[in-house]
Write a protein that binds this ligand. Structure first.
Ligand code: BGC
Length: 732
């Protein structure tokens, strides 16, 4: 049977400059058809139309993979769209993910020019079939998209001449072996938000507020004013004076422009997305601006929502909503660090710390499995995982501690949350290479202290203002991660029946060396909050209470957290582990800077990259790196699920087959409840203070075929599946 692999990549046969091409083919049918299937892929983005109907719902198809190794193609059943004479129109978007990025290296390692490949397979009722592949029988035209760029935006000229047809160029030199069926989730339009407010800023700018920082684009009505150019600029925040602020977008222009042909058009960009809450309008008569003509379209990968959390504390509730929005904003085909500036890359450290929360919020299994497979494709021969994936930078050094460890930690949460053991089998050799790489970087066996490329405890508060790398010793973090990643690797290896004795021995040595080298060394860079947190949470210490005391003393002395990307995800878990839930709750409920709730009090609707994204006086941190939609600190979400509401899955029975209920009621929250749709069904845990406040009512639901252990007030209770409702005397 012929497939898309029998087609050829094609490109426009003339120089179109920045104008995006549309490839065309007419297909006449003179026999009865059983089925018609369209296969499409591209170097770049594509959007396909069959008889003028949009084919499929995938935005930014064919999806982002390690393009040098594999490119997805999509398969669409178009039988219902068939007519006697059929027209195929496929627009080809800018492959700026392949090239043209502000980063120099980006250009050098990827393909420079876009190309389309497609095939229409017709299966006739008489049993014969025909393949109509992209080849020199196709033609192309200029589209009205005269400029398009994933960061900069898009310009559409409705007056442009799109009628003239040009030949195509067939690219015999691009092999189709690279094409693979779609593995990930499609990016789709997932929600629509109405504009809530029209603002005139002190500078006199006309601005619309959508009330929510989001990822996507605006669908709007282009006024009928022939030749007039209308511009929409995008921003996440207004500055302290209330003016439109775009400095933090760095090189990303984030502007959509449309030139009117004198007719009204409902418009949205095709090949560009922005991170924004506000848009600034130019070219419009203010009196004609009607909020109803502007809708924000939220786009992200089509995952099913599986985690819900509610509590009686408005700010914590908003924090939780911000965490979920952080995922919506950054789960676009790959897990990105941010969604607005000239970056939006698959930074491994960010997803490493957020993966546990992410797998609970959404059924992110397919999405993450695809990305993890790409991570292995990008992995260097020496075992290093890259700092971003797809690795468009191609930096010589990579393998940063806590970033590269995504290669272990992300598969681990796919396994633990969904009970998926296939991912362990897929990644086993790759994961092993990474552990062996870390092992090879020890001045003695067990340490990981010779590698020279680390991001450290990124954006922590203990290294001075605007410092990025944190004060904690990089080699301490790297050795701690050797222990932690190896421990998870051992657990995963055993789950698929592998002999892990070599790694168990390495683990023992790592713990020994860690204790010798970093615990109580007397060096201040070994005694940071993050160092204490890692020692506790990664089980690196022989005296958890000693490390705990140091941690609590430091928090109490300065009155706040100081941790960055490395320490923050485990901070509250570590405090819980040493029995200092009181301190954990104090940190969670703290409202002034630095804290999780500080951004919420400043009106944040997503997670900020930095604790001080906006400062107390309303000014902003450096625009060089200040995203207002960065999910890393949203990793506290897993503590809300596992500890506040108290739902976890037993490591020995992953996928929530055996549920651990360990809720942590606190009067300040009034109540808390989480609901997680697990592979086995719905798990619920909730608590609520009732009566005079000394009674707490607990409710649990355990899906069929599962069982649970409830830990409450130092007691253990076993439950079979069912729903339970119990009132305890509970001081809290
Ligand atoms: C990204 C981060 C990332 C970091 C690595 C930044 O530019 O936005 O989130 O992890 O670089 O140091």
């Amino acid at each position: 049977m012929k497939t898309i692999k029998d087609a050829k990549f094609i490109r426009q046969g003339a120089d179109f400059g920045e104008i995006r091409p549309v490839f065309k083919r007419t297909v006449w049918l003179d026999k009865e058809v059983d089925k018609a299937t369209l296969y499409v892929s591209a170097l770049g983005f594509y959007e396909a139309y069959f008889n003028n109907s949009r084919v499929g719902k995938f935005i930014f198809a064919p999806g982002w993979t390690v393009y040098g190794k594999r490119i997805q193609y999509q398969e669409y059943d178009v039988t219902n769209l068939l007519e006697e004479c059929n027209t195929l129109d496929i627009a080809l978007g800018n492959g700026r993910r392949y090239h043209g990025n502000p980063h120099e290296n980006y250009e050098s390692i990827t393909c420079r020019e876009e190309a389309l490949i497609a095939a229409l397979r017709i299966e006739y009722a008489d049993g014969t079939e025909e393949l109509i592949p992209t080849d020199d029988t196709w033609q192309c035209a200029k589209s009205n998209i005269i400029y398009s760029h994933v960061y900069n935006g898009e310009t559409v000229d409705y007056t442009a001449n799109t009628d003239e047809l040009f030949p195509v160029k067939v690219l015999d030199d691009i092999s189709t072996d690279i094409l693979v069926p779609t593995e990930g989730e499609e990016v789709r339009e997932m929600a629509r938000l109405e504009a809530i407010k029209l603002i005139t800023t002190p500078k006199g700018e006309t601005v619309i507020d959508f009330g929510q920082n989001l990822t996507g684009y605006v669908e709007w009505l282009v006024p009928a004013k022939k030749g007039q150019e209308f511009t929409l600029s995008h921003a996440e925040v207004l500055d302290k004076d209330g003016n439109f602020y775009t400095d933090n977008l760095r090189g990303a222009k984030a502007q959509v422009k449309v030139i009117s042909d004198g007719n009204e058009h409902k418009f949205k960009p095709t090949f560009s997305y922005q991170g924004f809450r506000y848009i600034k309008l130019e070219g419009f008569e203010k009196k004609d601006v009607d909020l109803e003509n502007f809708v924000a379209v939220v786009v992200f990968s089509n995952m099913k929502r599986t985690g819900y959390f509610a509590c009686g504390h408005d700010l914590v509730q908003q924090l939780y909503e911000n965490i979920v929005w952080g995922q919506r904003g950054n789960f676009l085909d790959i897990p990105t660090d941010c969604n607005q500036r000239d970056e939006r890359f698959g930074w491994t450290g960010d997803i490493q710390v957020f993966s546990r929360t992410a797998t609970i919020n959404y059924r992110a299994e397919k999405f993450l499995v695809k990305w993890v497979h790409d991570l292995a494709l990008d992995q260097r021969a020496n075992g290093e995982y890259t700092d971003i994936c797809p690795d468009i930078y191609g930096w010589e050094s990579c393998g940063s501690a806590a970033w590269a460890d995504a290669g272990i930690v992300v598969p681990y949460w796919i396994y633990r949350t969904y009970g998926n053991t296939q991912i362990i089998k897929d990644q086993f050799e790759s994961m092993k290479k990474w552990i062996l790489f870390m092992e090879s970087k020890g001045s003695v066996r067990g340490l990981n202290d010779l590698h020279d490329h680390h991001f450290g405890d990124w954006l922590s508060l203990d290294a001075g203002e605007e410092a990025t790398g944190g004060f904690t010793d990089d080699n301490l973090i790297a050795t701690a991660y050797l222990a932690y990643s190896n421990r998870l690797f051992i657990e995963m290896g055993k789950a698929i029946g592998e002999d892990m004795s070599y790694f168990e021995e390495l683990y023992k040595l790592t713990i020994e060396q860690y204790r010798k080298t970093y615990l109580n060394s007397g060096k201040p860079q070994h005694e940071t909050q993050t160092a204490n947190v890692l020692a506790i949470y990664f089980d690196l210490t022989d005296d958890i209470q000693r490390e705990g005391k140091k941690l609590v003393d430091d928090i109490e002395a300065c009155g706040h957290l100081k941790t960055g990307f490395v320490g923050t995800p485990y901070l509250l878990h570590a405090l819980t582990k040493i029995g200092r839930e009181d301190v954990a709750y104090k940190l969670l409920l703290k409202e002034d800077f630095p804290s999780w709730l500080f951004p919420v009090t400043k009106g944040a609707t997503t997670m900020w990259e930095r604790w001080d994204g906006a400062k107390r006086d309303g000014s902003f941190a450096t625009p060089d790196m200040n995203s207002f939609n960065h999910y890393a600190y949203g990793s506290v979400g897993d503590w809300l699920y596992t500890t506040v509401a108290g739902i976890d899955s037993d490591i020995n029975e992953p996928g929530y087959k055996h549920i651990i209920f360990k809720p942590l009621p606190i009067k300040e929250l009034g109540y808390a409840k989480a609901r997680i749709i697990t592979p086995y069904g719905e798990v619920v845990s909730g608590w609520e203070y009732t009566g005079n406040g000394n009674e707490c009512r607990f409710t649990f639901t355990i899906p069929k075929g599962c069982h649970a252990t409830l830990y409450l007030d130092n007691e253990e209770y076993e439950f079979e599946d069912g729903t339970y409702d119990t009132v305890f005397e509970y001081e809290g």
